[in-house]
Design a protein around this ligand. Structure first.
Ligand SMILES: Cc1cc2nc3c(=O)[nH]c(=O)nc-3n(C[C@H](O)[C@H](O)[C@H](O)COP(=O)(O)O)c2cc1C
Length: 225
C-alpha cells in the first residue's frame, strides 16, 4: 500500500476544503492511502515549527502534498515555518529524496499573486530532492462559454489553485474538483513508482557530498576545473 500525506495550513477553512478534496482523490485510487496533517500555529515557538511526531509520520510516506493559504502574495508564515523545519536534519540527510510531491493554495483574489506560493512549495520540494507532480488538466473558463465551475478554471499547472470570495466559505466547485483530480494523479503516479522496479537511491549528508567533491577535485587536478 502506497502512503501519501496531505500537509496543509488553513486559517479560516478555505484551503482545508482543497486539502479534503486532494485526500478524496488520493483515497479514490486502489492501493493508495492518504492522511491529512494540519500545520497549526501552536507548534511554532520563537518562529520555529517543532512537531517531531508529524515530521516522522511524513518520513514514512511515499509522497507529500503540500498546501497553504496565500497570505500577502506568499505561503502563509505558519506553513513557511513548517517548511523551514525540514532543513535540519531532513534536508541535510536527503531524507525525503525521491518522494513524490505536489502542491495547492487558495486565495481571495482571482490572481492574488498565489503563483508565488506554488513556486515556494515546488522549490521547497525540489530542494528536498522530491519529484514534483503538477496539474494535468487543460485550462478552463478561458473562452466565451467558460464558467466558474470549469476544471482548472484558473489555468494553473504548477499546482492546484483555489479562489474563494471573501464573503463565502469555499472555493468554486471547479477548484475543488481540480484539487481532487490532482490528488488522484499524485496517487496513481506514486503507486506506479512504488510498484515499479525497485532501486537504491544514494543519500548523502553535506559532509559526504563535500568529501566526494574533494575526491573529484583531486582526481581532476591539472586536467580541468
Ligand atoms: C494575512 C492575510 C493575507 C492575505 N493575503 C492575500 C493575498 O496576498 N492575495 C489574496 O488573494 N488573498 C489574500 N488573503 C485572503 C486569503 O488568501 C483568503 O481569505 C483565503 O481563502 C484564506 O484561506 P484559509 O481560510 O484557508 O486561511 C489574505 C488573508 C490574510 C488573512
Amino acid at each position: 500500500m502506497a502512503k501519501l500525506a496531505v500537509v496543509f495550513q488553513s486559517g479560516k477553512g478555505h484551503t482545508k476544503t482543497l486539502a479534503d478534496s486532494i485526500l478524496k482523490g488520493i483515497n479514490s485510487v486502489e492501493g493508495v492511502s492518504g492522511s491529512l496533517f494540519e500545520i497549526r500555529g501552536q507548534d511554532i515557538q520563537e518562529g520555529r515549527f517543532a512537531n517531531e511526531g508529524l515530521m516522522s509520520a511524513l518520513d514514512n510516506c511515499d509522497g507529500i502534498v503540500l498546501g497553504c493559504a496565500t497570505y500577502m502574495g506568499s505561503a502563509s508564515a505558519i506553513f513557511k515555518a513548517f517548511l523551514e523545519s525540514a532543513f535540519q536534519p531532513r534536508w541535510f540527510e536527503q531524507r525525503w529524496k525521491d518522494k513524490i510531491a505536489a502542491g495547492f493554495t487558495n486565495s481571495a483574489s482571482q490572481n492574488g499573486d498565489k503563483l508565488t506560493t506554488l513556486f515556494q512549495l515546488s522549490i521547497f520540494a525540489m530542494q528536498m530532492g522530491m519529484i514534483w507532480v503538477g496539474v494535468s488538466d487543460l485550462p478552463g473558463n478561458n473562452w466565451s462559454g467558460g464558467a466558474r465551475s470549469d476544471l482548472n478554471r484558473l489555468g494553473s499547472w504548477v499546482g492546484a489553485m483555489g479562489q474563494s470570495n471573501a464573503d463565502e466559505d469555499k472555493p468554486s466547485i471547479g477548484d475543488i474538483d481540480t484539487a481532487e483530480r490532482l490528488g488522484a494523479r499524485v496517487a496513481v503516479i506514486t503507486r506506479r513508482i512504488k510498484d515499479g522496479v525497485a532501486y537504491e537511491t544514494e543519500r548523502l549528508s553535506e559532509p559526504g557530498f563535500r568529501k566526494n567533491n574533494i575526491a573529484r577535485k583531486d582526481a581532476l587536478a591539472g586536467l580541468r576545473d
